[in-house]
Structure formats: C-alpha cells, structure tokens
Design a protein around this ligand. Structure first.
Ligand SMILES: Nc1ncnc2c1ncn2[C@@H]1O[C@H](COP(=O)(O)OP(=O)(O)OP(=O)(O)O)[C@@H](O)[C@H]1O
Length: 357
C-alpha cells in the first residue's frame, strides 16, 4: 500500500500540511521540536485511530483548535485507490473510507502501520502486555478470523471477572464455556503465528546480530499440559478470592533466547535494540509475503537508537522491502549512506511547516 497524498490539519504543531510522499523511502528532517514526530503520529493515527504518544487521541489536537483532520489518497496492493480520513474532536473520532463512515478495524486493515520508536525498544523488557499486543497486531493482520475470536474472548473474560468480583457464582458457567471456547481459539492463532514468525525473525536477526541461535518460547498463559477448562475449575477458589481470572490467554507471553540464554538478561542495550528491530521487521516481512508493499513503516528518531553501520544496513534493507517508509532525524547525514537507495524523498520540517527538499 502507498500513501499518494497526505493532508494533515491541526495535529500538534502542524497547522496545515500537504505532502506527496515517495512510494519508497521518505526522510523527514528538522530541528528538535519542529514537528517531525507529529507528522509520524498523524500517519499512525490515520492507520490505527489512536496515538502512540498520548493515551487520549484528543491530546494530539493542536492547542488552539477544536478538531484535527488527517486525510490521504491511498493505493492498495491490488492497485485500487481509496480515500482515507480521520477527524477527531474532544468528543469523538470519525473514520471515513471513501466517504463512508467505518470502524477502527476497517482502517487498520486498509492501512497497516508498523511503528518503530524509542519506546518500541522496551519490548523485551516491558511487561507482557506489550508482547501480547505485538503478537496480536501481527495476527490481526495475518488472519481476519482472529479479531472476532479475540473480541468474544475479551468479553467473556470481562464478564467472568465482574461476576467473580460480585460473587455471582451461578452465572459463571455460561461465561466459563465462552471463555474456554474462544480462549483456546485465540491461543491457537497465537501458536500458529509464532511458528510462522520464527523463521522470519531468525533471518532478520541474522542480518542485524550475526546469529541464528535465537528462539522464541511462547507461554500460553496457563499450564498447557491441562485443558483450560480444567485449569479454570482448579483455580476457582483462588479466582473467587481475588476477584479475577488467574489463567488464560490474557496472561500469555513470549521470551526470546539467544544461545539458550534469556536475551533481555545478557544482551547489551544496543543488541537488545537490534533484536527488537528484527522482531518488528519480521512482522513486516510476514505481511509482505501475503501481499507486496502491504505495510507502512514509521521510524521515529532513527539516529538516537542505532550506530552508523546498523543505520546503513537498515536503510538498505528497508529500500529492498518495497514498503513505504517514513523516518525522522535531525540531520540528513544521520540516515547513513543515501547512495545505497533510490526512490526517496526528503522533507524538511520547521515549526510545523513541511517542505519537500
Ligand atoms: N497538542 C499540541 N498542540 C500544539 N503543539 C504541541 C501539542 N503537543 C505538543 N506540541 C508541540 O509540538 C512541537 C513538535 O513536537 P514533536 O515531538 O513533533 O517534535 P520533533 O520534531 O519530533 O522533536 P524531537 O526531535 O525533539 O523529537 C513541540 O514543541 C511540542 O511541544
């Protein structure tokens, strides 16, 4: 997919900007606080209808405005063109695809965005919720049947926990049944996805870390030697005492091992960043196997995270993916050797104004 034209109104310090990005690499440069991340945030909002910087989308609206709009002319991998739009005010977020009002999921399927920014590098270190989100985003894009199963599981879990808290035991069995049915399904999707992701990840880690001795070990969120149904029964007293469900796919996690050692415990900070980069890019690679140019890649503050050699490796790799990429840095020289790539455009951002160089 490719953004052919992007219009941004009232996002952070960007009052009004209109750009025609390259279908390949787009380099965004500018001084600190010029609005580079705001531009990436606008594209992220256009794909996910949420911000990666604030919990509430409305916080991204320019201080002196009551609403923000992000719109784009967009080409799908099959060549068809669509018009995407997200309009946000203090009360609501309206999503439009070809003038029709649509849901967040429709938007996310139309414009899959993979974001790599300073916080992404905490993936190995941060809590398991981050790793579940990482997996689920990949599965969401890989299998359309995942979202309805995940929604049904989440609803069953929510209802079960509410009943446990208020000790309404009689009604529990109906939700237990639903939780087991969809919990098992969610788990199967995750197991299958890890199987698919692992070889892509190995290949990517080989490029950035010169190793192939890497393994992802998945923990499904309960003792998988026993059926989930049985675990719910044996956990019942504990669940009732604490008012929540202790076991299930909502406790799933995966750990990454390098030469049988837990990566987060012995890799240097720099190596951990490369490993996370390999994980995120392996998801892109998997998406690309399904349909060429299927993902938009956003990389915020590239230079702060990688050394010169790895920046050049990354640039070359990205140019070869055929994906549309938006990367920010304060200086053009920070992106590495630009002679390695063609089909790129450079945009300069200054106090919220964006100009193609
Ligand atoms: N809601 C808002 N309305 C207007 N301006 C905002 C809003 N939120 C943040 N800003 C300001 O927008 C400016 C641009 O921020 P942004 O993070 O996009 O800059 P940047 O170019 O990525 O900077 P850096 O290189 O330091 O990361 C900052 O001065 C910030 O304080």
């Amino acid at each position: 997919m490719t953004l052919l034209k992007l219009d941004v109104f009232s996002v952070r310090n960007i009052h009004s900007a209109s750009i025609q990005p390259s279908p390949g690499i787009n380099l965004i440069i500018g001084a600190n606080a010029s609005g580079k991340s705001a531009l990436l945030e606008a594209i992220f909002i256009l794909g996910r209808a949420r911000s990666f910087r604030s919990n509430h989308l409305k916080q991204a609206i320019c201080f002196d405005q009551s609403q923000m709009i992000i719109a784009a002319q967009h080409r799908q991998p099959n060549g068809s063109e669509t018009r995407l739009g997200v309009q946000v005010d203090a009360k609501q977020c309206e999503i439009r695809i070809d003038q029709e009002s649509r849901q967040k999921a429709d938007l996310a399927y139309t414009l899959p965005v993979q974001l790599i920014h300073p916080k992404s590098y905490q993936l190995l270190d941060a809590g398991p919720q981050n790793r579940r989100e990482f997996l689920d985003w990949g599965i969401f894009n890989h299998k359309r049947q995942f979202l309805p199963a995940w929604r049904k599981f989440s609803k069953a879990l929510q209802q079960r926990n509410a009943l446990l808290k208020t000790r309404q035991i009689k009604q529990l069995s109906a939700w237990d049944k639903e939780l087991v049915e969809y919990g098992v399904l969610v788990n199967e999707f995750r197991q299958d996805y890890i199987q698919l992701l692992q070889p892509e990840f190995l290949q990517m880690a080989g490029q950035f870390l010169d190793t192939t001795q890497i393994e992802m070990r998945f923990n499904c969120g309960w003792d998988d030697k026993q059926p989930l149904e049985q675990i719910l029964r044996s956990d019942f007293e504990k669940d009732l005492r604490y008012g929540y469900t202790h076991s299930g796919p909502h406790r799933a996690d995966f750990l990454t091992y390098l030469n049988t050692r837990l990566a987060k415990d012995f890799l240097s900070r720099g190596q951990q960043k490369l490993l996370v980069l390999a994980l995120l890019l392996s998801q892109v690679s998997l998406l690309n196997n399904q349909a060429q140019n299927n993902c938009c890649i956003l990389i915020d503050d590239l230079a702060a995270e990688l050394d010169t050699e790895n920046r050049s490796k990354l640039l070359k790799y990205l140019a070869g993916t055929g994906c549309q990429v938006f990367m920010t840095s304060t200086e053009l020289t920070n992106f590495g050797d630009l002679s390695l790539i063609d089909n790129y455009k450079v945009f300069h951002v200054e106090q919220g104004y964006i100009k193609q160089l």
